[in-house]
Design a protein around this ligand. Structure first.
Ligand code: 5GP
Length: 192
């Protein structure tokens, strides 16, 4: 994923030592070609896993997730952060703490879209402390479905997310690993 790494290095804006802003290509304005590449890459990694559904959380997970779903030819399902009036049937729900907003949201997905036969690939834009992915995995468990893996666009490797997901038995694949945001600079894992 050289294109992604280039974008992170060139267009990423360091907000502080823990938060990277990527509004130019992922979180506000979206680079569709890059999203397509992300879809291709996760497809190559998980194509033998009989994935039936891509699961993410609104809002910024949706752009990469829909391209992954398109490549697999399966639906993209996203957890909603507020109960819509249109949600008339039962729902799976849990609380997820947002790292960037520092607030906890009660998130939900309708029971009609996830069941015990589903093999789910969780996709999110960032991995920080793992709360979003763990919460999504909790929704999968409530449906007695199976989480096959977690695909992350940008992992902040200096935070605890990967360790927590691995401890929960989840396989994690990330496309760009940030080693540090210290000194107002993005340093990727493996960079000199
Ligand atoms: P976690 O739940 O792993 O702690 O954090 C992941 C979630 O928080 C993602 O859904 C993402 O939206 C948001 N997030 C975490 N770190 C960052 C960051 O450095 N920049 C941006 N833009 N979002 C982040």
């Amino acid at each position: 994923m050289n294109l992604l790494q280039e974008k992170v290095k060139e267009d990423g804006v360091v907000i502080d030592e823990k938060i990277l802003k990527v509004d130019g290509f992922l979180n506000h304005q979206i680079d569709a070609d890059l999203m397509w590449e992300i879809g291709q890459t996760f497809y190559q990694q998980f194509k033998d896993e009989e994935i039936t559904k891509i699961l993410t959380i609104e809002a910024s997970g949706i752009a990469p997730a829909i391209m992954v779903a398109k490549r697999f030819g399966v639906p993209c399902l996203f957890a909603k952060k507020a109960k819509p009036s249109t949600l008339t049937q039962g729902a799976y729900s849990t609380d997820i703490h947002s790292f960037t907003k520092n607030k906890t949201s009660h998130v939900m997905i309708s029971e009609e879209f996830l069941n015990a036969n589903d093999r789910v690939l969780i996709i999110d834009d960032f991995l920080a402390n793992g709360d979003a992915s763990l919460g999504l995995n909790e929704l999968v468990q409530q449906a007695n479905a199976t989480t096959v893996g977690v695909g992350i666009v940008i992992e902040k490797a200096f935070q605890a997310g990967r360790q927590k997901l691995n401890e929960a038995g989840l396989k994690v694949s990330s496309l760009c690993e940030v080693a540090s945001l210290a000194g107002n600079k993005v340093t990727l894992v493996g960079e000199a």
